[in-house]
Ligand binder design. Structure first.
Ligand SMILES: C[S@@+](CC[C@H](N)C(=O)[O-])C[C@H]1O[C@@H](n2cnc3c(N)ncnc32)[C@H](O)[C@@H]1O
Ligand SMILES: [Zn+2]
Length: 371
């Protein structure tokens, strides 16, 4: 089957191809992820012109590598699967792109050779590849994780195993996933005296994607570890609290409703997951020729405006909990701001928002107009 994406043409296995799962080799639902990857690579190279080499670590059809090569990157594609390797070679050739294709376990390749940018896009958790990537990447590690149920605490044991943390299933589950993933990545990088700084992070349709700029200094690794901490969350009233530091001091009772159903999660990443000025630059690198341009640009706008608080709320879930009807989001957010709180929409869903107000303060600021 022939597909066109971002100006390149690719042969990908069609539904009928035996032995190959089409969605795995070429997943059209990840086009937004790939469009944003290309825009991010462009914005990054604008800022750091020394960045030249890009490793598409799990290449499958070769789509990321081909798109990066067409953009002038010095590309290496890698896959353990023989059919993927030959597909990636053909697709590079089809687009007159130069690029090396390696048939091997990418962990071995990463340990042998440094790259400026490494893109991890495995099935499920990226953690088995994180150490090799952070040990050997110079500038930027891009990571996709599709195991949202483990990361957000819905598949608890699997989440604990993959991320060496306690994730908890809350009403902000996608953000729990983001912060569990970021925490494990920061700890993996720190082992190699590498500090991570997230430039752009989004949780979209069952995956999380993050772009981490690296600083090869022990003090930068310490600074990243300082962003870790725990979240305490009341299952009854949805009160939540962030507690910086690696030693947890869980709440026995909820300070808001005095209930005893308080969950503790962590260590999670409590720091910022976006760099809004960089996201502005990424947005400007999304041409309208990209199929997902309207959606990708809107996502960038929301991400750039999103507050840095470590959890978000869902207005509908809060209102349901209070037994009150929800009103329009803009009115709701305006009430919060009028009461002196910071408030923004969040990219996790149409009714999600961020604020520095506590759950009690949110209710006090908004309930007058919830009728
Ligand atoms: C989700 S697919 C990649 C999709 C692709 N990056 C895209 O954007 O369409 C995951 C790929 O990782 C490959 N893979 C799994 N383990 C690997 C390893 N240890 N080294 C290299 N490739 C691996 C699989 O063969 C598969 O092709
Ligand atoms: Zn409570």
């Amino acid at each position: 089957m022939r597909v066109t994406e971002g100006g390149v043409e690719l042969e990908v296995p069609g539904e009928q191809t035996e032995g190959i799962e089409e969605a795995v080799f070429y997943n059209p639902r990840q086009e937004l992820n790939r469009d944003l990857t290309i825009a991010t690579l462009r914005a990054y190279r604008e800022r750091e012109d020394r960045a030249e080499t890009y490793l598409d670590a799990m290449t499958a059809s070769g789509v990321r590598g081909v798109r990066a090569a067409a953009d002038g990157w010095d590309v290496t594609c890698c896959d353990v699967d023989e059919e993927a390797v030959s597909l990636a070679r053909d697709n590079l050739e089809r687009n007159d792109c130069e690029g090396r294709v390696e048939h091997r376990n990418v962990n071995a390749l990463m340990h042998e050779e440094p790259f400026d940018v490494i893109d991890l896009d495995p099935y499920g958790t990226p953690m088995p590849f994180a150490d090799a990537a952070f040990a050997n990447c110079r500038d930027l590690v891009c990571v996709t994780a599709t195991d949202t149920a483990p990361m957000c605490g819905a598949h608890f044991n699997s989440g604990v195993r993959s991320y060496s943390a306690i994730p908890r299933n809350t009403d902000y589950h996608a953000e729990m996933g983001v912060r569990t993933l970021m925490s494990a990545l920061a700890r993996s990088a720190a082992r190699f005296d590498v500090g991570v700084e997230p430039l752009l992070t989004h949780a979209t349709s069952h995956y999380v994607r993050t772009y981490l700029e690296l600083t090869h200094k022990a003090t930068a690794a310490d600074a990243a570890i300082d962003e870790l901490g725990h979240l305490y969350h009341c299952e009854d009233c949805l009160y939540r609290e962030a507690d910086p530091g690696l030693i947890a001091d869980p709440l026995e009772r909820c300070p808001h409703c005095d209930g005893n159903r308080v969950l503790a999660a962590g260590p999670v990443w409590l720091g910022p997951v976006q760099d809004s000025s960089f996201i502005g630059a990424v947005r400007d690198e999304i041409p309208y020729t990209f199929d997902t341009a309207p959606e990708a640009r809107e996502l960038c706008d929301t991400l750039a405006a999103e507050l840095d608080t470590p959890t978000h709320y869902d207005q509908h879930k809060l209102c349901r909990n209070w037994g009150l009807p929800a009103n329009a989001m803009d009115e709701f957010l305006a009430d919060l701001r009028e009461a002196g709180h910071a408030a923004s929409r969040a990219h996790y869903g149409g009714t999600t928002f961020k604020t520095d107000a506590t759950v009690g303060e949110i209710r006090a600021a908004t309930e007058g107009n919830l009728d």
